[in-house]
Design a protein around this ligand. Structure first.
Ligand code: ACO
Length: 337
């Protein structure tokens, strides 16, 4: 049977940086509160005129370069994002921009902060069962476009970024995705959502009982992120350690075989709590929250890319990774770099 392995990674960041002090000018907050409660100091924000699709393309290009794979050898592009620039999906625009001229399949996956993990597992399934050879998995989000900049409880958390990996088919002995565990719970949506806005405009145009009254206006939009931080915190600390334990068990590995723990970067206190629960020592935990905040689907590939390029993560290392967030969705995977 076929295996799949990670052969390249890349990331890209918007240039605008916003510090905690900058935020304290627009909402009632301060650097100390944010740093102590979250570990976040800075975040990058995509300006209105910049394109998330372009940022995602840049990350994908870097992953291809590292892997020394040509765009024309890519046979699937998965864009994990909850903030696409086209309602119908942005992945085909990345396929076009990369110059994959043989029309490989490209589509979006929506699963908030768990998106990258679900993309990774989907890519592995395509490779193992579907005859695909090179699959780009991109995590890219610009949650800043849906943040309520008057809500100090949430606007301090998020940043924008893109990260990517290339997953390639290989012999089963080289397989680099040992096991995974994934879940969702729609019941928890009330704790974290950005629902569609109710369309109550132009009602006066409609005559009583007419069809017009029932028809939407034509341009719908989404509300800002609504979050119950405490509940999301509790959820993450409850489900993530268990999920990683399940994935380790499926892989037939113990905690001691984890070289690196790369969790979705949401809050340093969540990362610390999970590491403590699993008894993974601090020096094995990767965190870049201080610089970028919570970048949603981009956070895991961004953290991985920085750790690989800085020489921390080395070929052959075993990584436990986990995503969790809106949906609610969560999951983990045990992978080899
Ligand atoms: N600055 C100063 N004070 C603040 C701020 C702020 N930015 N935000 C809230 N406060 C105040 C509150 O009003 C409250 O004051 P009160 O005690 O007078 O009522 C106090 O600080 C404590 O607020 P809590 O909400 O209880 O603070 P908590 O310790 O829970 O931290 C936080 C809040 C940081 C949001 C935390 O709950 C958290 O990180 N939760 C996880 C959120 C998360 O990861 N979400 C993303 C999921 S991923 C995805 O899919 C998008």
């Amino acid at each position: 049977s076929k295996g799949c392995k990670l052969v390249g990674c890349g990331s890209a960041l918007p240039s605008i940086q916003i510090s905690n002090d900058d935020l304290s000018e627009i909402v009632d907050t301060n650097d100390e509160w944010i740093s102590v409660r979250t570990g976040i100091r800075n975040r990058r924000i995509l300006s209105r005129k910049d394109s998330l699709t372009a940022l995602a393309t840049e990350a994908a290009q870097k992953a291809l370069q590292m892997a020394e794979v040509e765009p024309n050898d890519v046979d699937l592009v998965l864009l994990c994002t909850s903030t696409p620039e086209d309602l119908f999906g942005s992945a085909p625009q990345i396929q076009k921009a990369l110059g994959c001229s043989h029309n490989p399949l490209a589509y979006d996956i929506t699963a908030a902060c768990s998106g990258f993990l679900l993309g990774l597992v989907s890519a592995a399934c395509y490779i193992r069962g579907g005859g695909f050879n090179n699959v780009l998995v991109i995590g890219a989000d610009a949650l800043s476009r849906y943040v309520d900049w008057t809500d100090r409880g949430s606007c301090i958390l998020f940043g924008d970024a893109a990260g990517a990996v290339l997953l390639q088919s290989c012999d089963s002995e080289e397989d680099g995705l040992f096991a995974f565990d994934m879940h969702s719970d729609g019941e928890g949506q009330r704790h974290l959502k950005a629902g569609m806005k109710e369309d109550n405009t132009d009602q006066e145009l409609a005559t009583n009982g007419s069809l017009l009254e029932l028809l939407p206006k034509g341009s719908s939009s989404y509300s800002c992120i609504e979050m119950n931080g405490k509940e999301v915190f509790r959820f993450a600390v409850r489900v993530v350690p268990h999920s990683i334990e399940l994935a380790l068990e499926k892989a037939g590995l113990g905690v001691s075989s984890i070289d690196w723990l790369i969790l979705h970067q949401a809050n340093q206190r969540i990362i610390d709590a999970v590491a403590t629960r699993l008894e993974v020592p601090q020096e094995r935990v990767i965190s870049n929250l201080a610089n970028y905040g919570n970048t949603s689907a981009a956070s895991i590939p961004l953290a991985l890319d920085e750790a690989v390029r800085s020489g921390k993560v080395q070929a052959g290392d075993t990584i436990a990774t986990a995503g969790f967030g809106a949906g609610l969705t969560w999951g983990s995977a045990i992978i080899r770099w």
